[in-house]
Design a protein around this ligand. Structure first.
Ligand code: MCN
Length: 842
């Protein structure tokens, strides 16, 4: 056993999983090669809205290496059928379908005839409505979503047909030989247009493009506005974003014909949710489906989903009896993996002339795209209570309408609903500061909640766990040298420097670790908020931690090892962390919403406590002492007052395992489980200050300084936390200055590749100054709050505020995201034009 330091938690233990990931030894889904494996490629619609009038896949069948091809109509009977599971149960699932694969392959036959196709009437409408786990209102309109289109396509990139071949490239090449005719239909792209009288409909059968309207009111908003000295009205538009994980999606499905069991490997964030949903969708008994998330190269929310391709590989392996693989290419990633954001916000604020907020009205339009994925309708609502930010005031109202459009479905992208909320309130705070003539830091201070260490409701009625906001702001201002920056700004303004300086603040909070489960029921989220951990002390004193979380870049192996090593008094390298395989961790709620440390890390800690409690009983028995007299330190139990009477954890583990002499009633083994369902969410917060330099001749924005002081409660691993902030802030900078998924009026994604979709690289990013304050959370035993999304939530408003601040001499009030050189330059030209009476000519 390695010598354990006093405490690992809080130390920068080097990433245990990193060497494999950065030296080419990771096990990506695309590395999986199974004997007899087939590959699929999907024909995708080039139209955003069209009827399929003719579709014939037979041409593809004649191409080299092609085994079979299917239309959506062919596969319609594969989904959501209760009969399907009984068919699978009835002996060999391959022959159960009457498909003798070898024979068909020899004949090169077209397997479109499916004997037991299920009639539409037999398909439960509820499950057919897709994988959506979040019906947000009772009257929400949910489009029917066939995983491969049947007679109509509703966004560019929607799957229309699938080719199965002996290699990926042959499958891809054969797509060209599929005959398909489309009859284009009117396209709905813009949300306000979608809601206008007489707009074409995305889904005729729904009779409207509005899926739902969700409202909330807390306090007397009318009164707040009536008595206000100052009222503000702002509009912010959040373009769609594409998550661009380094590893695109990939999936391999394998059937074991002998047992009728299935294994699905997927580059997913959610193996457990996937297992449940696919078992229902494909009619595979849950106990016969194992889902494995091997090493996963990032997700940023986009892999928190259940996708048609995962279901397709599964039903095709069932049909064909051979392993089936699909690997996404980058253009598919742009068109057919969910997009994030896509909101129009109308924000009103009422305040006194001293800058004290009285009330807020928030009205959103949220772009759902053409169909619902797992959380599509709920994502904008994740921000519903957070538009109040860190501030206290009397009255708040919120309304959000989900709008269907002929575009790729939206869903969670890093922050998911919370960045939009933080952006709106923090931009509005700067507007308020300008309106009442206060420094932006001062206006925030005047509205902060007083420090609190027990749950306290915010103006929207949501309880924050703990908070102390001013120290973070003070620290950030000190690190940024705020006074010095303002002086430098004044100097540049006075000298009409070409490069103007802007200083932007963002004091954000966010909500992580959605819980407890019964509260999720109240917000209609149909999954639980708990997490589980199993901790086993092996006979040699080593430790195995099985977690229900599923890391894809967040370093859980390292963090969970630190937590377990501290709790059990072993070395960090004595702990093995197992994750991402439903056969090893049958229960879990996976990784998203920066929930893993507060819920999953806490579950590890609590399972360790159970191991410790049992070990203590055994140690007391070994030492012939009372259990109450046992002390535990540095991996050793000793008797209080007689430290020489002691046994090590390793000795206890061995005794527990041999079970030769255990106390009466104590079971052998040290193997404990914990399901942790936290009492509440956690609310990290922080203060970010961004300094921008704007070249007023070109509109180019650069960031010479970025300071972030974040508070995520107790820190488990400062190096990982800094890494999460680096990545998160980089994505925030991307959102504020570079990235935007754009569609033309025909619903064609015009930023459909990395050439057109501007992802910033290292040269565009600054070196960050990071600091922390620590306000422990009362919602979990570790006192931790999440950090995985904090940077992405805190950064965009700080950057946009800095851009607007730099352009104050020109009177610019708003520039839509991303503040590209063209937009900034145009705003300057417009302002100058107006100043010289030339306004309105561009
Ligand atoms: N941590 C810590 N101390 C704290 C808080 C967190 O040491 N007080 C550590 C944790 O132990 C964990 C890491 O920071 O190792 C992140 O923990 P947490 O904040 O709980 O977030 P999750 O692990 O649940 O990760 C999800 C979050 C989300 S929602 C997105 S999106 C995201 C993100 O994490 N996507 C990522 N970070 C990402 N990082 C990478 N590399 N790739 C992605 O796709």
């Amino acid at each position: 056993m390695t010598e354990a330091p006093e405490r690992y938690v809080g130390g920068g233990v080097p990433g245990k999983e990193d060497p494999a990931l950065i030296t080419g030894h990771a096990n990506w889904t695309d590395n999986i090669k199974l004997p007899g494996m087939l590959h699929i490629a999907l024909l995708r619609s080039p139209f955003a809205h069209a009827k399929i009038t003719h579709l014939d896949v037979s041409g593809a069948l004649e191409q080299p290496g092609v085994v079979v091809a299917f239309t959506g109509e062919d596969l319609a009977g594969e989904w959501f059928s209760s009969q399907r599971s009984s068919a699978t149960n009835a002996g060999n699932p391959v022959t159960g379908y009457g498909l003798n694969f070898e024979e068909r392959e020899k004949q090169g036959a077209h397997l479109t005839a499916i004997e037991d196709r299920v009639d539409d009437e037999d398909v439960s409408p509820d499950v057919l409505r897709n994988f959506c786990a979040w019906p947000v209102t009772e009257d929400m309109k949910t489009p029917t979503h066939w995983l491969v289109a049947r007679d109509e396509v509703n966004y560019m990139g929607e799957p229309v047909a699938v080719v199965v071949a002996t290699d990926r490239f042959k499958a891809q090449d054969a797509l060209e030989f599929i005959e398909v005719d489309y009859e284009p239909m009117d396209v709905v792209v813009d949300m306000e247009g979608a809601l206008a009288e007489g707009s074409p409909l995305v889904h005729e059968e729904l009779g409207t493009n509005k899926s739902y309207t969700w409202t909330l009111e807390n306090g007397d908003v009318e009164d707040a506005f009536n008595k206000a000295d100052v009222t503000l009205k702002e509009r912010y538009v959040h373009p769609r974003l594409i998550s661009n994980a380094i590893e695109p999606r990939a999936t391999v499905a394998q059937i074991d014909p002998a047992s009728g069991s299935f294994t699905l490997y997927s580059a997913t964030q959610i193996p457990h949710i996937l297992k449940h949903d696919l078992s229902e969708a494909c009619g595979i008994p849950e106990q016969r489906l194992r889902v494995v998330a091997p090493d996963v190269g990032g997700g940023f929310g986009s892999k928190l989903n259940v996708y048609p391709e995962e279901a397709l590989t599964l039903v095709l392996t069932r049909k064909l009896g051979r392993p089936v693989k699909w690997v996404e290419d980058r253009s598919e990633n742009y068109q057919a993996t969910i997009h994030g954001r896509g909101q129009i916000q109308d924000i009103e604020m009422a305040a006194t002339s001293e800058g004290k907020i009285l009330g807020m009205r928030v009205k959103l339009l949220a772009d759902m795209g053409a169909y619902f994925q797992v959380s599509t309708p709920g994502i904008p609502l994740l921000g519903r209570h957070l538009y109040a930010g860190l501030y206290t005031f009397e009255a708040y109202s919120f309304e959000c309408s989900g709008v269907l459009t002929n575009k790729t479905p939206t869903d969670a992208y890093r922050g998911a609903g919370r960045p939009e909320a933080a952006y709106a309130i923090e931009r509005t705070m700067d507007s308020l500061a300008r309106e009442v003539g206060l420094d932006p830091a001062e206006v925030r201070r005047r509205n902060f909640h007083e420090p609190f260490d027990a749950p306290k409701p915010n103006p929207a009625g949501l309880r924050y766990d703990s908070g102390n906001y001013e120290p973070a702001l003070d620290k950030a201002m000190e690190l940024a040298d705020y006074q010095g920056l303002r002086e430098e700004q004044r100097r540049r303004r006075e000298s009409r420097d070409v490069k103007q300086l802007g200083i932007g603040f963002s004091c954000y909070t966010e909500a992580c670790g959605m819980a407890p489960s019964r509260a999720l029921a109240e917000i209609d989220f149909t999954v639980g908020g708990w997490e589980t951990a199993k901790v086993r002390m092996l006979p040699t004193g080593k430790v195995e931690v099985v977690t229900g979380t599923s890391p894809h870049g967040q370093g859980h192996v390292t963090s969970w090892s630190q937590i377990a090593a501290d709790a059990l008094g072993v070395g960090v390298d004595d702990v093995e962390v197992v994750h991402g395989d439903t056969a090893q961790s049958p229960f879990g709620r996976d990784t998203y919403g920066s929930r893993s440390v507060s819920v999953g890390g806490s579950a590890v800690h609590l399972a360790c406590q159970r191991v410790l409690d049992k070990a203590k009983k055994i140690a007391a028995h070994m030492l012939e002492a009372a259990e109450e007299d046992m002390e535990f330190e540095g991996g050793r139990f000793s008797v209080a007052g007689s430290p020489e009477q002691s046994v090590t954890m390793k000795e206890v583990a061995k005794a527990a395992n041999t079970a030769h002499d255990l106390p009466e009633g104590v079971e052998p083994g040290l193997d404990e489980n914990y399901f942790f369902d936290p009492p509440d969410w956690v609310f990290p917060f922080g203060a970010h200050i961004c300094v921008v330099e704007i070249d007023t001749e070109t509109g180019r924005v650069t960031i010479p300084k970025y300071v972030a002081v974040d508070d995520c409660g107790t820190v488990i691993n400062p190096v990982i936390v800094d890494g999460q902030l680096h990545g998160g802030i980089a994505q925030g900078i991307a959102e504020a200055l570079y990235e935007e998924a754009r569609y033309d009026e025909d619903g064609t994604l015009t930023t459909a590749s990395m050439v057109d979709y501007m992802i910033p690289g290292a040269p565009e990013l600054p070196s960050y100054t990071l600091e922390r304050t620590v306000t422990p959370s009362p919602s979990n035993p570790l006192g931790v709050k999440g950090i995985g999304e904090a940077g992405t939530i805190g950064a965009p408003p700080a950057i946009s505020n800095a851009v607007i601040d730099a352009l104050q001499p020109y009177g610019v009030k708003n520039i839509e995201k991303p503040a590209s050189p063209m937009r900034v330059w145009e705003a300057i030209q417009d302002a100058q034009g107006q100043a010289s009476g030339r306004g309105g000519d561009r």
